[in-house]
Design a protein around this ligand. Structure first.
Ligand code: PLP
Length: 381
């Protein structure tokens, strides 16, 4: 079973272990009968530590990413917390991207800096800047590729080399690409984090996250921390993520094709000052993305609207087919204004985003109808 599409359907499925059920059932149980009053050596014990529904999803996630193991957690932020708790410490240092999801910024800046884990924000597309940001105390280099919401592309293999030469680990947030388009472990990442709320779940009906480890040792440590922290995914959520994954290849193929068309349309629109989409040849990371991502450039397109932040806000509010809502990676198309919504806490910081920027997550609707909706929304001012 080697192809991605086949793994997406079958990896981690064990009907014989579940009374022949073709899909892993939802084990809605907090605790499991133990045979002896002894520490656990095998079998199931307590769902905070491990649960059969979650375990089958974790096996699937590891198989999709080419990792040694995976932990499914309650949200993308739970994935980030689990990694930072397991591998950060006071006196240490982490390099983060100068364009990073607002929640990850909050965590590093508001929580971990207070506990003594220093950080430096660097342009991950500039290898000299990354090298200059790494210190002797650097424990982790954190990358996000493509980044949220500017779609910057990081050369994961080159940054992995820089991190490893300094004795640090490389973490890649692969949420925007999903494992269908990009598999960072093969490029040298030690850990891959995902918000499975997005493409892996795919239907805007759960929050979830994942941490995939390149080695069994690292994976065991991440699993131990997830158990201690209680960040693990609940059985029902784990089941919905596993179901979403079955259609991931088909969904990604369609959203990549539609996003490419939306990006090309926006690039020629007089109300648009700039388009950020790695599938456009003018994007500075286009060639790197073509090499590093397979089968497309993702379903998120960001556009800078002429007329400033208020004009951009009006475009969101005029959209009809695009739903004005945060999040991305679902079957329905969404539009939002990062500087006022997902990234509002980054204003005036090294990771701030332009006020006139809109982030579009392309769903499975008809591409012509999406373009017509964007056209009418842009034409209003
Ligand atoms: C790149 C990225 N990482 C992490 C997260 C956090 O995920 P969640 O909202 O599932 O906690 C998000 C959410 O938008 C994201 O876009």
């Amino acid at each position: 079973m080697t192809s991605f599409a086949t793994r997406a359907v079958h990896a981690g499925n064990h009907p014989a272990a579940h009374n022949g059920a073709v899909t892993t059932p939802i084990y809605q149980a907090a605790t499991f009968v133990r045979p002896r009053a002894l520490p656990v050596e095998s079998g199931w014990d307590y769902s905070r530590i491990a649960n059969p529904t979650r375990a089958d999803l974790e096996e699937c996630l590891a198989a999709l990413e080419g990792g040694a193991s995976a932990v499914a957690v309650a949200s993308g932020m739970a994935a980030c917390v689990t990694v930072l708790q397991a591998l950060g410490r006071a006196g240490g240092h982490v390099v983060i991207p100068d364009n990073v999801y607002g929640g990850t910024w909050d965590l590093v800046h508001d929580v971990y800096a207070r506990w003594g884990l220093a950080y430096t924000a660097a342009d991950m597309a500039d290898l000299d800047a990354v090298a200059a940001a790494i210190r002797p105390q650097t424990l982790l280099v954190w990358t996000e590729s493509p980044s949220n919401p500017l779609l910057k592309i990081t050369d994961i293999a080159a940054v992995a080399d820089l991190a490893h030469a300094a004795g640090a680990l490389l973490v890649t947030d692969g949420t925007f690409a999903s494992p269908y388009l990009q598999q960072p472990v093969a490029l040298g990442a030690d850990l891959v984090v995902h918000s499975t709320t997005k493409y892996l779940g795919g239907h805007s009906d759960i929050t979830g996250g994942a941490v995939v480890a390149a080695t069994a040792e690292l994976g065991a440590e991440i699993a131990r921390y997830a158990g201690m922290l209680g960040t693990g995914a609940a059985p029902q959520e784990a089941w919905l993520v596993r179901r979403g994954i079955k259609t991931l290849p088909a969904r990604m193929r369609q959203v990549c094709a539609s996003a490419q068309r939306v990006a090309e349309f926006a690039a020629g629109h007089p109300a648009v000052a700039r388009v950020h989409y790695p599938g456009l040849p003018a994007h500075p990371g286009h060639l790197l993305a073509a090499r590093q991502m397979r089968g497309g450039f993702g379903g998120v397109v960001s556009i800078e609207v002429r007329g400033g932040p208020d004009a951009a806000g009006r475009v969101c509010e005029r959209a009809r087919l695009f739903t004005l809502a945060v999040s991305l990676g679902s079957v329905e198309s969404l539009i939002e204004q990062p500087a006022r919504m997902t990234h509002c806490t980054t204003a005036g910081t090294p990771v701030g985003v332009p006020g006139n920027l809109l982030r579009l997550s392309i769903g499975l609707e008809d591409a012509d109808e999406l373009i017509a909706d964007l056209d009418q929304a842009l034409a209003g001012d």
